[in-house]
Design a protein around this ligand. Structure first.
Ligand SMILES: Cc1cc2nc3c(=O)[nH]c(=O)nc-3n(C[C@H](O)[C@H](O)[C@H](O)COP(=O)(O)OP(=O)(O)OC[C@H]3O[C@@H](n4cnc5c(N)ncnc54)[C@H](O)[C@@H]3O)c2cc1C
Length: 438
């Protein structure tokens, strides 16, 4: 199995963790990478046609039950909760297999996990229960947050004063009898937007142009008034279809509203970004590791100057630096995932608040590691690294997208800086202070 001799964590893993790693790695090798390779070469519309490898890859993940791994036992999660070490291993292996399919896996978890933790008994019985049992990919979630005129605005507003200057949202919610009516649209970048069955939706409910009076709801995408844009054609992450979602007077019953407008919305959004940051960081480690492994394998067999290029000092230094990035990104991302899972508000342990600066730092550090490793892998592989036949070429395109996906590096870093400046003295997330700011 790849990586056995490369990574320190293998030596220390108990047997069950080794088994999980081997099992997910096998799926990554046999299912995710071939599906990702095929999808990467398809036209956008082809990727979402029935029979597309996108659906079979997701069905495999569903059949193995990975979508349940973050759920509490009473909501259909594993009887014995997975350690965060195992959760991190799963995320890293998925990222190693395909950034796009790992993204599809993560956005699927958004509506499911949020509904399991914050949903009404009706929603848990009617939606969470069958979603948990799904083994064929009948349920697939997405996260509809950004809008055509509000990309970074959402990520930035979750922490700083720009919440008040957000302006008019392009998806608004108006109160109706027994629920809310949604009017407007989300951006063309909603991962799995063209194929999802349900969306976790942020909608601005106030009329005064700030984000504070917003709601977060689970919306089935087969209801009257929902339309989808075509899948977009991107540089990378082409194995995950993205597209707009339009809501033309879509009724959302109160039962589907997980967070109503009010001060908790901001806290929820911030904590949600902590969970997504910790998760995407561990996925990014998988991308960084994939790039290292490709570069190392190539350097061992490519002969120039009369000897394998791995014997040239410059190549050795590059490979060492790549290795260092993987190890440090992994250690930090796992520590932060562990913290977030225990501390996030809404966690089974009754978390008092996950640390925004640590979660954003993990995401930024690991994404940068993934991009720099992919960049270096191209250099080690020479022209071969630029060839469409080479995995390195795809890793480079995917890793470039990572610097923007889920928040740009700059905005995430500024988020972390804001938390650092305001809360460094406090080891505990100051819920009251954050709510007061909202
Ligand atoms: C692969 C991929 C998957 C995605 N998946 C989803 C998804 O599932 N759901 C979803 O809703 N969205 C998704 N997105 C959208 C993503 O969250 C946004 O692209 C991202 O937040 C940046 O927004 P933007 O593209 O509108 O760039 P902009 O916000 O327009 O930013 C442009 C530039 O200005 C800088 N900038 C902007 N605002 C500030 C500020 N306040 N301070 C400092 N610098 C600033 C940025 O750093 C960037 O360099 C995805 C994007 C990608 C690439």
């Amino acid at each position: 199995m790849s990586g056995d001799r490369l990574f320190l964590d293998i030596a220390g893993l108990p047997d069950d963790e080794q088994q999980v790693r081997q099992a997910v790695h096998q799926v990554a090798v046999e299912v995710l990478r071939p599906a990702a390779r095929a999808l990467d070469r398809m036209e956008p519309a082809q990727r979402i046609e029935p029979g597309s490898p996108f659906f079979s890859a997701l069905a495999t993940l569903k059949s193995l039950g990975y979508h349940r791994m973050f759920l509490p036992a009473d909501a259909g999660g594993p009887d014995v909760p997975l350690s965060t070490q195992v959760q991190a291993i799963v995320l890293e292996e998925l990222g190693w297999g395909s950034l796009g399919l790992a993204t599809a896996f993560l956005v699927d978890l958004l509506p499911l996990t949020a509904a399991a933790r914050f949903g009404s008994p009706t929603l848990r019985a009617g939606l969470v229960a069958p979603w948990v049992e799904d083994e064929s990919g009948a349920y697939h979630g997405c996260w509809a947050v950004t809008e055509p005129d509000h990309g970074s605005d959402f990520m930035a507003a979750m922490r700083d004063d720009s919440v008040a200057t957000f302006g008019r949202g392009q998806l608004v919610a108006r109160r109706a009898e027994g629920g809310w009516m949604l009017h407007g649209q989300k951006s063309a970048w909603v991962s799995s937007g063209p194929v999802a069955t349900h969306a976790a939706v942020h909608a601005q409910a106030g009329t005064d142009g700030d984000l504070a009076h917003s709601l977060f709801a689970v919306v089935p995408l087969d209801v009257l008034g929902v339309r989808r844009g075509p899948p977009v054609d991107m540089l990378g992450v082409r194995d995950e279809p993205q597209g707009e979602l339009f809501f033309d007077a879509v009724f959302v019953p109160d039962d589907n509203v997980l967070v109503a407008p009010g001060p908790f919305y901001g806290v929820f959004g911030d904590q949600l970004l902590c969970t997504t940051s910790a998760a995407i960081a561990n996925v990014a480690v998988g991308v960084a590791r994939a790039a290292l492994e490709e570069a190392l394998a190539y350097a061992r067999q490519r002969v120039q100057g009369g000897r394998p290029i791995v014997e040239h000092k410059n190549v050795q230094l590059t490979l060492y630096t790549m290795f260092e990035r993987v190890e440090t990104a992994r250690a930090y991302s796992r520590a932060v995932l562990d913290h977030v899972q225990r501390a996030v508000i809404g966690s089974p342990d009754g978390g008092t608040g996950a640390s925004p600066r640590h979660s954003r730092a993990a995401q930024v550090f690991a994404k940068r590691a993934a991009y720099e490793n992919a960049h270096d892998a191209v250099q080690v592989c020479g022209a071969m690294g630029l060839n469409r036949e080479s995995l390195v070429e795809k890793l480079f395109r995917d890793a470039r997208c990572l610097l923007i996906e889920d928040g740009t590096l700059e905005v995430l870093s500024l988020d972390a800086a804001d938390d650092l400046i305001h809360n460094y003295e406090s080891e505990v997330y100051d819920l009251e202070e954050v709510m007061a700011r909202w």
